[in-house]
Design a binder for this molecule. Structure first.
Ligand code: FMN
Length: 347
């Protein structure tokens, strides 16, 4: 099979296996929050609006990177961008690397900007990409920012994957210095550790998407594609999303953090904000709704997500996103993580 055909078929397989590879574990369950029986709130005044990349968005949620490059991807990107516009939330396209193999496939990404002229749209490429390709990807969709994905675990388990990650931090640093729009460094399901986050910050990174364990697992996808059988061993070292948020927050308290990996319901969004995230990214759960029942089901899901988040905020006595940050929670893992980080700093 030619290189381009291989890329297209891999993209289709990712979509095919995504649902089966979604974790059954909810790592947010361990974060305890408590009902407020005397909430000084008016439900009608609960407001989910917040800022992201200097634009106002209607809720702290984004449709995270998934696809592009095939006819099915064209339809998914077209429809999800209409939905992103309707909800006034950001959307990231999937990896644009395929446009460098076939220019004709640019349309499968471009459609997102055509449908949503003023919304936030993010480009997506590997953190190993050249500056020239990064510029081309951004230009194509007039992106407001670019996600550079880190997926060493996925690449290493894929028979056809990258093997050499040397120079990646320098490459990230160079891209940040030369791009002039926000660069979001993003994991894809294995989570960002404290040390990795520190290295990224030293390279000039101001935005991270933790892409933690708890949702879509690319290692599981590769196991289902029969390219790897090391799933369980890698799973052991992956970092659950809530823990990765804490690692990144401890690495730099004012870092812009996107929580993703297993975000599917209102409590996940609220708990992410409590731990220090600005917004949450969702991929798998939106994709399944879309593949199952088209745009209507995806819209219904996001409506319900917004509604449930508001109800939970009401139960916690919160009217705004800022109020959420003041709510007390209990998370046993937090002490373990803080002690671990402290011991590293004291060494
Ligand atoms: C079908 C599919 C394709 C994906 N493709 C990309 C990609 O091209 N680039 C990327 O950075 N992340 C990609 N991701 C990863 C997601 O952006 C996200 O980090 C991961 O799925 C965890 O989020 P979730 O648990 O909400 O699915 C993809 C996810 C899915 C489900």
């Amino acid at each position: 099979m030619k290189d381009l055909e291989k890329s297209k078929s891999r993209k289709l397989e990712h979509i095919k296996y995504a649902l089966e590879a979604y974790s059954k574990e909810d790592y947010f369950k361990d974060i305890k929050i408590f009902n407020n029986s005397v909430p000084e709130i008016n439900y009608d005044e609960i407001n989910l609006k917040c800022n992201f990349l200097e634009k106002k968005i209607d809720m702290p949620v984004m449709i995270n990177a998934m696809t592009g490059g095939t006819d099915l991807s064209f339809k998914i990107n077209r429809d999800l961008s209409i939905i992103a516009k309707e909800f006034n939330i950001p959307m990231a396209v999937g990896s644009q690397a395929i446009i460098f193999k076939d220019k004709e496939l640019e349309r499968t990404f471009k459609v997102t900007r055509e449908n949503n002229k003023n919304g936030i749209i993010l480009s997506n490429l590997s953190a190993l990409s050249s500056l020239e390709n990064v510029k081309r990807a951004i230009e194509l969709i007039e992106a407001d920012g670019i996600q550079l994905h880190l997926n060493p675990a996925q690449e290493l388990v894929m028979t056809e994957g990258d093997r050499n990650f040397k120079g990646m931090l320098k490459n990230i640093e160079n891209i940040i210095k030369n791009i002039g729009i926000p660069v979001i460094i993003k994991e894809v399901g294995s989570g960002i550790s404290f040390d990795a986050c520190k290295e990224l910050i030293n390279a000039g990174v101001e935005y991270v998407d933790v892409g933690g364990k708890g949702g879509t697992s690319f290692i599981k996808i590769e196991a289902l594609r029969k390219t790897s059988d090391i799933f369980e061993e890698i799973e052991e070292i992956e970092i659950p999303t809530p823990q990765s948020i804490l690692f990144c927050k401890l690495a730099k308290p004012d870092l812009n953090i996107i929580s993703s990996g297993g975000i599917s319901k209102g409590s996940h969004i609220i708990k992410s904000i409590m731990l220090g995230a600005n917004i949450s990214g969702i991929s798998g759960p939106i994709l399944y709704k879309y593949l199952n029942g088209g745009m209507n089901e995806a819209i219904e899901y996001l409506n319900l997500l917004r509604e449930n988040t508001k109800i939970l905020m009401g139960c916690l006595g919160c009217e705004t996103i800022e109020d959420i940050k003041k709510v007390k929670y209990y998370y046993k893992e937090e002490d373990i993580i803080k002690n671990f980080v402290k011991s590293k700093i004291n060494i």
